[in-house]
Every structure is written in C-alpha cells, then in structure tokens.
Write a protein that binds this ligand. Structure first.
Ligand code: HEC
Length: 447
C-alpha cells in the first residue's frame, strides 16, 4: 500500500492514478470503518432506541441492521446537525451539565458519520450487544425510579379529528376522595393514552387547585407534558403540597395525525411522599415564566414578525425571593429559532444560564440541570429571557415566510415564554444552600 502511495506521488498516467487511489481507500475502509454491530449499534441502543423502536414515538425503528442501513444517510445528517437525538441546547454557552442529557458526544457523532461514509458495513454479528430494555408506551417512565404511582387522574374524553389545525381541549374535572389529608407530591407525569393518544398530544397541563376544610389553598401541576419531556421528579426533600379537595384544569393541545383518535383521555400520575412527611423545601412545580417588563411584556403579546424577517425580543423579570431553578423548557412556535435565559445578579454580574439554538416547536424538552449547577439565585436577580424568531425561507420549520406573524395560540402564530421548575427559598435556606455549594466547590477545586 505504501508503494501505491509513493508511486502516485511520483505521477503516473491518470488511468492508473485512479486505480492507485482506489486501492488504499478501499483497504483503509475495510480496516478502519466502524461497523454496525461493534460500534454503531451500542450508540443507537443507548441514545436512539427509547424512541426508535416499533412502539416508540420515533417514525421508524432503528434496532436492526437493515433498518439502520436504510436510514444511514439521513441518520448521518441528523446527528451532525445535532437535530437527533432531540437535544437542542447551544453547546457553546450556558450550563452544560444536565441530568437528562441524551445528546451524542463528538466521538459518537464521528463514529456514526464514519460508518455511513464507509458504506455502513454490518460487521461481525457476534459483536452485536444485547437489545436494550425498552419500556412500552403505556408504562409510566417515572415508575422505573419510584414504583407505581399513588393515584392517576384522567381528562374528559375528546375526539381528535383526522385532519385539522391544532386543537385545544380545556375542561375542569373535580378532585375528590383520592387523598384524605394534606400530602406532599414527589413526582408527576402526564401523557396521552397509549398507543394513539401519545401521538396526538403535543403538550398539555393538568393544574390542580386544592383546598382543605379550613380554607387553606394550594395550586400546582399534577402533570405537564410536551413531546420529548419526561415526568417531573422533585429532589428528595422537595415537595409540592396538595389538599384533599379541589379541581383539575386540563389544558391539552392536540395535533391531528391523519387518523381519528376517538375519545382520547390524557392521564396524569402522581407519586406522593409518605403520610406525615414534611419536606424541607416546598415547591409549586414547573411554572409558566414570562417577562413582566421590557418590550413584549408578558409572553410577547405585542409581537409582530414581518415577512422574511429575523427578530429578537427581550424581557426581564426580577426575583422577589431567592430561588433554585431545576429545569428549563423554552417555548415558542414554528418560527422560533433560539431562546435563552440569563441572570443579572444584584452585584451586576451577568451570566448565561441556558440557551437553545436549534429550537424546534415539534419538541418541548425540559432540560434538567444537574444538582450541583442548578441556578441558585439571590433575591433581586433579574432573569432575562431572549427569544429569536426566524421568519425567513432559511428556517426549515417555517410554514410560510411571506406571512406577517403575530402573537397567538396556533402553531403558525407566535409566543415566547419559558417553563421553569422553581423552588422559592427563605433567606436562611438560600444562605445555607449557597454555603454548601461553596464548600463542595472548594472541595472539588481547592481553596
Ligand atoms: C426522544 C425520542 C427520540 C430520540 C431519543 C431519537 N429520536 Fe430520532 N426522531 C424522533 C421523532 C419523534 C422523529 C420525527 C420528528 C422529528 O424529526 O423531529 C425523529 C426523526 C428522526 C430522523 C428523521 C426521519 C425522517 O423521516 O425525517 C432520523 C434520521 C432520526 N430521528 C434518527 C435518530 C437517531 C440516529 C437517534 C439517536 C442518535 C435518534 N433519532 C434519537 C424521536 C427520537
């Protein structure tokens, strides 16, 4: 092979040159191209199989060699663009350490790309790893952590027609008799019914307003769902208070799938702390969060996007109490391109907390900060939300770049807000958590 290269460098007739370039290229690929069984299947099983299996939400299974081979060119494009797996965070700024990070490493992307470039060879079947354990779409994901839920509530039935624009279903159901004393919620999970409901439910909320016989009240979600978003599990020691009686407001956003889904009922599962347990930190779960000052005001109600325009809008909100933010879920619609959350601290420091730069309305992913980096913010911190919309033809998700776009509920209208899991803290709790963080940072990095 060396000989071939040397001869080529010395210049030989073009016909022979082709041959001499071909030979090393072929033998190099036979020797070094990654194979499906040894190199690619382990990545697909770990990072893709949870959705790309015969009953998952992915449009095609990617478990067998034949399937992966058929889709190889598109797989190569989607992983290089970091569109798949769906994890749309900007990797160059903000917090990078997340509990539910499903993104590929640079090495994994390089392996897949080299496998496709090398002709997607199968490799030795003996190298194939065992198929991953897959949970079926009718199981609660949170059950793998916490066992079966304590109770499940259901939305009233709604028939999603085969073909139409987005649809909303907003109704109340009563909440009675499921608990007999005030209790603290540990986790919640909301989903459409299996198998068709999970496909039509794009995002949804089940908001509980509850009270006890003394008139004490509490409100918070017993489930929030979005495509790509798992359940919400609070850290041990953090809980959401609920009282025995009240009502649940269901706000469900459906996308028709070319097939009628009759009498769809979404389900919300709730896991409780044991009776009598009082967590140290009380939370109201994942909350709607929009700027309350600045241009755009609350959720960009005054937004106007001219045809073929790119536009950013920024707004701020000042924390009236110290807070711990444990997850970040951006929300815009089809023209949304990027959204970020920054903190301006009372001492003037400004910090990017998280940013998505490949926003895609099809996905409503909740990015869950790792415990030791979850933003712990003093009272008076200004949270700044920046949304960028791309209403040009360059945006592949844009249904029509010639339209004027204004604020509205439909996916073809626009919006801007975030869903943040916020636990508000007392001054003492904040000081203590802050001191613990400083201690653990010092332990890691030295004084
Ligand atoms: C959380 C679920 C999920 C995971 C994890 C996931 N996918 Fe997907 N994938 C989907 C869904 C849903 C679609 C269709 C919607 C879209 O393209 O966003 C899709 C679309 C695709 C497409 C485009 C298919 C088409 O017809 O346009 C490819 C290729 C793909 N995925 C490959 C992968 C690979 C490779 C991985 C792992 C490295 C992966 N996906 C991980 C859910 C997932």
């Amino acid at each position: 092979m060396m000989n071939n290269n040397v001869q080529c460098r010395f210049g030989i007739p073009a016909t022979l040159l082709v041959g001499c370039l071909m030979i090393p290229a072929l033998s190099a690929s036979a020797q070094t191209s990654p194979t499906f069984t040894a190199d690619v299947a382990p990545i697909l099983y770990e990072k893709c199989a949870s959705c790309h299996n015969p009953t998952g939400i992915g449009p095609m299974p990617l478990l067998e060699f034949a399937d992966a081979k058929t889709w190889a060119p598109l797989i190569s494009l989607k992983v290089q663009a970091r569109e798949m797996p769906p994890w749309h965070l900007d990797k160059t700024t903000g917090i990078q350490d997340y509990k539910n990070d499903i993104s590929l490493s640079d090495d994994q992307i390089a392996t897949i790309v080299a496998w496709v470039a090398g002709g997607s060879p199968e490799g030795d079947p003996a190298h194939l790893p065992p198929l991953p354990q897959l949970s079926s779409g009718d199981e609660w994901q949170t059950a793998t952590l916490l066992g079966p839920p304590d109770f499940v509530v259901e939305s009233p039935p709604y028939t999603v027609t085969a073909n139409a624009q987005d649809q909303w279903w907003v109704r109340n159901t009563s909440f009675e008799g499921l608990i007999d004393e005030p209790r603290y919620v540990r986790a919640t999970e909301l989903k459409g019914s299996y198998p068709l409901g999970v496909k039509v439910l794009h995002h949804g909320h089940a908001q509980l307003s509850s009270q006890d016989s003394n008139g004490n009240r509490a409100s918070g979600p017993v489930g929030r769902q979005g495509v790509g978003k798992a359940g919400d599990v609070f850290e041990e020691g953090t809980g959401m208070l609920i009282y025995p009686s009240g009502s649940i407001n269901w706000n469900l956003h459906y996308f028709p799938i070319n097939q009628e889904v009759a009498n769809e009922q979404a389900k919300a599962a709730v896991w409780l702390y044991p009776k009598g347990y009082k967590p140290e930190f009380e939370t109201s779960g994942e909350q709607f969060f929009a700027a309350d000052t600045g241009p755009g005001g609350l959720w960009a109600g005054d937004l106007v996007l001219p045809p073929d325009s790119i536009k950013s809008q920024q707004g701020v909100r000042v924390l009236q109490r110290p807070a711990l933010i444990t997850s970040f879920r951006p929300h815009m619609h089809m023209r949304g391109r990027a959204q970020s959350l920054e903190a301006v601290y009372p001492d003037g420091r400004r910090e990017m907390l998280a940013r998505v730069d490949k926003y895609n309305h099809s996905w409503q992913i909740s990015y869950k900060f790792a415990d030791d980096v979850a933003p712990l913010l003093p009272k008076g911190t200004m949270l700044m939300i920046t949304s960028t919309w791309d209403n040009t033809a360059e945006n592949p998700n844009n249904p029509d770049h010639r339209q004027w776009v204004v604020f509205g509920q439909r996916g073809v209208d626009e919006m801007s807000h975030l869903w943040l899991s916020v636990t508000y803290l007392s001054d003492d709790q904040y000081e203590r958590l802050n001191a613990e963080r400083r201690r653990s940072l010092t332990a890691q990095n030295g004084p």
